[in-house]
Write a new protein. Structure first.
Length: 286
């Protein structure tokens, strides 16, 4: 294996250490790697794990958190990563080369270390769909949430800050903000995409204004409710349009109200005030 590099005793020892480390890493995290491949998601924590071991920064100087190597080190790591089905650092290595060759000193100072250590990936989604963020340096962005008892840092043991926002991953490494978790609707374990449903129902003729919200269900789930401004209520059109939605997105009732509570400046619906609005008519759909 790697006959030219093996001729150098120091390189040979490094190759053996690298091969052993990456094989062990693959064995220890095989279940998570397989799950990420199955779910078609980027395993950020494992990527950072490779960064902590030093295998994402083969071209970065040691003073900036890398290995201080060259093409030979990069090729060795790439081959072992491929051998064990790990997370490729190829894009990170390309970014390092570009920065080293053409980046300004300020850009190198800002980006070489986080790229080499895997910390350039600074967001994640937990199993609830909540967005977590983490600073490069503790407290760089915020100290936490202000409470009656002081400041709650709202970070877990690894430094992830709970934003209380819902999001979804779009593509390999893009984040789409959905809404505040406190203004979300969950039915049968699924988060109802409020803007999507509202846009879908906007096609119903006769609706002046409308907003989706929830009420407590008979069991543990929320029930989806449509608050509508209309006179008269186009109930037949609503039924037809609602029937096109997946079951968990369908409103089970329509409340006709005189107006929706909105913020004066932004025009955004104040969803948590919807249940306080005087209801002119209730129509149960289920």
């Amino acid at each position: 294996m790697y006959p030219l590099l093996q001729a150098d005793p120091a390189k040979a020892a490094w190759i053996q250490t690298t091969a052993t480390d990456l094989a062990r890493f693959g064995d220890e995290h095989r279940a998570e790697l397989d799950a990420a491949n199955r779910d078609k998601r980027f395993p950020r924590d494992l990527y950072r794990g490779l960064g902590k071991l030093g295998y994402l920064g083969p071209l970065v100087p040691e003073a900036s958190g890398g290995l201080g190597g060259g093409v030979a080190e990069y090729v060795t790591i790439s081959e072992e990563v491929g051998r064990h089905g790990l997370v490729s650092g190829q894009i990170a290595a390309q970014g390092q080369r570009w920065l080293l060759d053409w980046g300004s000193e300020a850009q190198k100072e800002r980006w070489l270390r986080p790229i080499a250590t895997g910390e350039a990936v600074l967001w994640r989604l937990d199993d609830r769909g909540i967005i977590g963020v983490r600073e490069r340096e503790p407290g760089a962005l915020f100290t936490g949430y202000v409470t009656a008892n002081g400041t709650d840092p709202a970070r877990d043991a690894d430094g992830w800050f709970d934003t209380a926002d819902l999001g979804r991953a779009d593509g390999a490494d893009y984040l789409v903000f959905l809404e505040r978790a406190a203004e979300s609707i969950r039915v049968k374990g699924e988060f109802v995409p409020i803007p999507y449903v509202e846009n879908h129902l906007a096609a119903v003729a006769g609706l002046t204004d409308h907003a989706l919200w929830k009420r407590r269900g008979a069991l543990v789930d929320d029930e989806v409710v449509l608050y509508a401004v209309a006179d008269p209520l186009p109930i037949d059109g609503l039924r037809r349009r609602i029937a096109d939605l997946p079951a968990f997105m369908r409103p089970v009732a329509v409340a006709r109200v005189g107006a929706l509570p909105r913020y004066a400046a932004a025009g955004k619906v104040q969803r948590r005030l919807l249940a306080e609005q005087p209801v002119l008519d209730w129509v149960e759909l289920s």
